[in-house]
Design a protein around this ligand. Structure first.
Ligand SMILES: *Cc1c(COP(=O)(O)O)cnc(C)c1O
Length: 377
């Protein structure tokens, strides 16, 4: 098939750091230090510096970053946690895993992000934490959300797993809440060669709590003094070395994603394919390129037939999933409407203008034909 266009291209990013990773790998084999060790501490320092926080704590994955943060904050059985319903399931899963009750918030109809208003509508007197998700790579309007949370005595924990390096009014995500959680799953904007995650915070108590919990509840510096019920959730040495090799490229890769997004936005203007817009205060890092289309499954089929990969993030909102439906408070019209229409188009650093143009030609043609059929039929 001519011109297959992949959804993402991890291989190209791997090639850019291959030499450096080979060198680090040789070093690690020579040292024979595979868990913890200097590479982990070095990456943690770099990541905290990049995010503008005092601490970064490497953990095994993004889901653990969320659960360990909530546990370190003492969130549990008697607490509610407000989350947007249109997120990757891990955000909600973490809340339930620590024994707390998720309260689902609706979202802004344009950006599809939680807002101060949708947070307030989901708030209860038991609400201890709100988790804004910087979905698709776009930061939530953090000044308004943090003000609303402050007014109600609610702590903000950012889920930044899709937004490495994004900024709101010039400030990096990760530095707004009391803590922020990142995933380094391979497909994320900063991805390891396996699973990985981190929590960033400037709160010394939360940092110390997570440092213990991720390592079997060990007291600081001790070997067999387990003072808390912990778990095993460490970022391993190899992944830390990979992340250190990739981090210097992150801003450039995000800038390339923005160029791709600009091309999409320009080419889709005035068509039935609606680009999910960003706010002028936000520097979006376009983890995903999301549009809204009529007759989605038909449009997606037309793309697939032409060799263009696409995805849906996410087809079922969390409050409609079996394990979490019991926590649903009622309908969430914007989340539910979006779930029927959203389609994620190919997006990766280095995607060419010719590729973007071809995707746009195909998706616009399919959407126009779908609209035409709807009019006639
Ligand atoms: C990827 C992701 C996570 C979970 O990260 P894992 O490393 O896969 O556990 C959490 N929240 C969001 C929004 C994500 O996209």
């Amino acid at each position: 098939m001519a011109d297959r266009i992949p959804f993402a291209d991890l291989g190209a990013l791997t090639r850019q750091v291959r030499c450096e990773v080979d060198r680090a790998w040789a070093e690690i084999l020579d040292e024979g230090w595979f868990v913890r060790g200097p590479h982990v501490g070095q990456f943690e320092e770099q990541w905290a510096h990049f995010c503008g926080t005092d601490y970064a704590l490497g953990v095994a994955n993004g889901t653990d970053a969320l659960t360990l943060t909530l546990r370190a904050m003492g969130v549990g059985r008697h607490d509610d946690v407000v989350v947007p319903a249109n997120t990757f399931v891990a955000t909600v899963e973490a809340v339930v895993l620590v024994g707390a009750r998720p309260r689902f918030a609706d979202v802004d109809p344009d950006t599809l992000l939680m807002t101060a208003d949708t947070f307030r509508a989901a708030w209860t007197p038991r609400t201890k934490v709100v988790i804004p998700v910087h979905l698709f790579g776009q930061p939530v309007a953090m000044d308004a959300l943090c003000d609303a949370a402050d007014q109600r005595g609610v702590a903000v924990v950012e889920d930044a797993a899709q937004a490495h390096g994004a900024t709101w009014r010039g400030r990096r995500v990760g530095s707004f809440g009391v803590a922020a959680c990142f995933s380094f799953y391979p497909g994320k904007n900063l991805g390891a060669f396996g699973d990985g995650g981190a929590v960033v915070t400037s709160h010394a108590g939360i940092a110390a709590g997570i440092a213990g919990l991720r390592d079997h509840g060990r007291a600081d510096g001790s070997r067999y003094d387990h003072t808390a019920l912990g778990t095993n959730s460490r970022l391993d040495t190899v992944q830390a070395a990979v992340l250190s090799a990739k981090l210097p490229h992150l801003d450039d890769w995000n800038a390339q994603r923005r160029d791709v997004a600009d091309a999409y936005q320009r080419l889709l203007a005035g068509t039935p394919v609606r680009w999910v817009p960003s706010r002028p205060e936000a520097e979006h890092v376009h983890h995903l390129a999301v549009v809204r289309v009529p007759a989605r499954s038909w449009v997606q089929g037309a793309l697939a037939e032409a060799g263009v990969e696409s995805g849906i993030h996410y087809p079922v909102p969390c409050h409609r999933m079996a394990p979490y439906a019991g926590y649903a408070g009622g309908s969430l019209p914007e989340v539910e409407r979006a779930a029927e229409e959203i389609l994620s188009l190919p997006m990766f650093p280095g995607m060419t203008t010719a590729q973007v143009t071809r995707v746009c030609d195909l998706v616009v043609d399919a959407a126009e034909r779908a609209s035409e059929l709807a009019r006639v039929g």
